[in-house]
Design a binder for this molecule. Structure first.
Ligand SMILES: [Zn+2]
Length: 158
């Protein structure tokens, strides 16, 4: 039951993620902030997590990332203390399985670290895609004035 609920939640999150990325791409090409869709002036756009954002939204995301970082750090400290105290109390009680406790905890932490590494790699890929889009847009803009300018100038000359 819990596994099914988790699977549904993951699919829903993935779907929302794809949708929001699509919206971000559309806004990116329209030179709009990916979050609040205010128009961006040159030199005032910030790329975070594969999105181009205005200064205010970039600030908000940066603060959110900072909070996540401190949250993870606090959780790691609490978990370490929990492992040390748990192992020590088991050992003190003469429980012969005391060594299994830190092993299990380290295993879980390793799994979490792998998940985090996967998420970070995904974010890096998103950034790479955004950069490719940026370059493509720049190339299109560099080509357009020449392509449109010639017929325009010709029409004006006639
Ligand atoms: Zn914004």
């Amino acid at each position: 039951m819990i596994g099914l609920a988790l699977a549904i939640a993951l699919v829903a999150i993935g779907y929302l993620r794809v949708l929001s990325t699509r919206t971000a791409r559309r806004r990116f090409f329209a030179r709009l902030c990916a979050t609040c869709s205010t128009s961006l002036s040159a030199g005032e756009s910030y790329r975070i997590e594969g999105r181009v954002l205005c200064a205010a939204c970039a600030d908000r995301v940066r603060r959110r990332l900072e909070r996540v970082f401190w949250g993870v750090l606090a959780a790691a400290v609490v978990l370490s203390l929990f492992v040390i105290i748990g192992t020590w109390s088991l050992w003190k009680r003469g429980d012969p399985t005391w060594w299994m406790f830190p092993l299990f905890m380290i295993g879980s932490l390793g799994f979490l670290a792998l998940l985090t590494a996967g998420a970070l790699r995904f974010m890096k890929q998103e950034n790479a895609t955004a950069e490719l889009l940026d370059r493509t847009r720049l190339q299109i803009e560099l080509l357009q004035p020449r392509g449109l300018g010639k017929p325009g100038a010709g029409a004006g000359g006639r």
